[in-house]
Design a protein. Structure first.
Length: 500
């Protein structure tokens, strides 16, 4: 009966998942449709504009309890505004535009640039199969494996499932081709290659391996020599030790609404996916290189167009998502690891670019931070940014905390009433208000629902439990504890029934 109840909860979640369709930073999302124009706003000069941007950022930080954030804005090929907000560590050192942050999926832009550099050199062909460069590459569908191309990896149209990319932490020690093959060979494709967009970190993990195979060197030295050096990115790193010497911001995870500093593992084999490190100043230079290819000398104009042009009907180009802010097309990307968050955005028609890097991350907060950079874009375009969508981070966590208090009180009442349960259910003439034959079913409902939720929530949001525990440790641990407590209460009640 417990299994049946849990299965029913899982089925409901699976059917509801397409309706939820959460656009979270570690999976990315599709482009937003054009909406109504915002309210026009005029500024006396750029100083007033940037003052309004800074105030807007401070408001976003306050609502999201963000400890530290770095901002940079570029215009017409120049860095025109930089600012650090908050503190970089528990010692109170201030965040500056030179404070490094782990980039999360903003790293994918560097991987796309590395691949297209090799395309410019004639060493990679975009429409060649991946197996031409990684002969060991196979997914569960062997015929489809031979058809997946480099372009489809770049555009996230390979068919590789999102969940396969979210479980790549297991690839930390996958160094040899045989070890790497084992991570992919059992992956089922979600759709035929080239037909549908589905964001998966596995695509860019494979691209990092392609760069290594073609260039004959590891990903880190390649990026340092061919991207960091020509762009003069002195504040960008491929390892945590060098970044810490340069003042790496202290990352935070959120526990019931409160950011807490946490030093988490650095996954060096996932540099191509999400573990490059940079500061706001350097990322501003990268945005300029994406706007001024002739001056940067990193990519040809043709490759830059390839990077910024998605396939027809798809939202993802190569390291860039397409979106619309106040009816103006923009390119943007978000990035997250468990304790850092970042966003970058380009407005090609107006020649603006923005990057913001934050020292915290959380499932509830991510969408708000990503909406924030589009709010900055609205200001740069001369429109009021939209207000924070209700309920917002603070309100959301206040409601979550209230629910947890009620849950704790309910569990305490359950424990207190365990002796009364035995008496009222089994003692002759006891004060039972429900016939005893219904009690066994009542015992099973709680653990059934609790275990069902533990399996259902990952289905609902499209992320495995391991990923949720990495990004949302408080609520995921709450679900685990709830399932354990419910099971223990059930076992205790059943044990009491045998003592009647």
């Amino acid at each position: 009966m417990v299994t049946l109840i849990a299965a029913a909860v899982v089925v409901i979640a699976a059917l509801s998942s397409p309706l939820v369709n959460r656009e979270i930073a570690w999976t990315a999302g599709s482009s937003n449709a054009p909406g109504a124009l915002g309210t026009r706003v005029r500024f006396a000069d750029t100083s007033a504009l940037f003052a309004a941007v800074d105030q807007y950022v401070l408001e976003q930080m306050h609502d999201g309890r963000v400890p530290g954030l770095a901002l940079a804005i570029v215009h017409d090929g120049r860095i025109v505004h930089t600012r650090g907000f908050g503190v970089a560590d528990s010692k109170g050192h201030p965040v500056t535009p030179e404070t490094p942050f782990i980039l999360g999926s903003l790293s994918k832009l560097f991987t796309a640039m590395a691949v297209l550099q090799l395309v410019d050199q004639g060493r990679i062909q975009l429409d060649a199969p991946v197996q031409q460069y990684l002969p060991w590459f196979d997914v569960r569908d062997r015929r489809a494996s031979s058809r997946i191309t480099i372009r489809e990896l770049l555009n996230h149209t390979s068919g590789i499932r999102r969940s396969a990319g979210l479980q790549l932490v297991r690839g930390e020690e996958a160094v040899t081709p045989a070890q790497q093959e084992r991570l992919m060979v059992h992956v089922r494709l979600a759709h035929a290659p080239g037909t549908t967009f589905q964001y998966s970190n596995a695509n860019y993990w494979l691209l990092g391996l392609v760069v290594e195979a073609v260039a004959g060197t590891s990903y880190a030295p390649y990026v340092q020599s061919h991207i960091f050096a020509p762009l003069h990115l002195a504040g960008s790193f491929t390892n945590e030790i060098d970044a810490e010497r340069a003042g790496l911001a202290e990352g935070h995870r959120v526990w019931f609404g409160v950011p807490r500093p946490e030093d988490l593992p650095f996954y060096w084999r996932e540099l191509a996916v999400g573990y490059l490190i940079s500061d706001a100043n350097d990322m501003a230079k990268v945005l300029i290189a994406q706007s001024e290819p002739a001056d940067a000398g990193v990519l040809s104009a043709q490759s830059l167009r390839e990077m910024q042009t998605p396939p027809r009907g798809m939202p993802y180009a190569m390291g860039w998502l397409t979106a619309v802010v106040d009816r103006v097309p923009v390119l943007w990307h978000t990035g997250a690891v468990a304790n850092y968050h970042g966003d970058m955005l380009l407005i090609p028609s107006a020649r603006w670019g923005v990057v913001q890097l934050a020292s915290t991350n959380n499932f509830v907060l991510e969408g708000q931070l990503s909406d924030g950079i589009q709010g900055i874009a609205a200001l740069l375009l001369g429109f009021e940014p939209p207000p924070i969508s209700w309920p917002g981070f603070r309100t959301s966590y206040a409601l979550i905390a209230l629910a947890c208090v009620f849950w704790l009180a309910w569990r305490v009442v359950q424990l207190i009433r365990l002796p009364a349960w035995r008496l009222s259910t089994f003692a002759p003439g006891g004060p039972a208000r429900v016939p005893s034959r219904w009690h066994p079913t009542r015992v099973l409902i709680d653990p059934g629902v609790s275990l069902g939720l533990l399996a259902a929530v990952p289905l609902l949001v499209g992320s495995p439990l391991s990923t949720l525990r990495w990004f949302v440790p408080d609520l995921t641990d709450w679900m685990i504890v709830n399932a354990i407590v419910a099971t223990l209460v059930m076992m205790t009640r059943l044990l009491l029934s045998t003592m009647a």
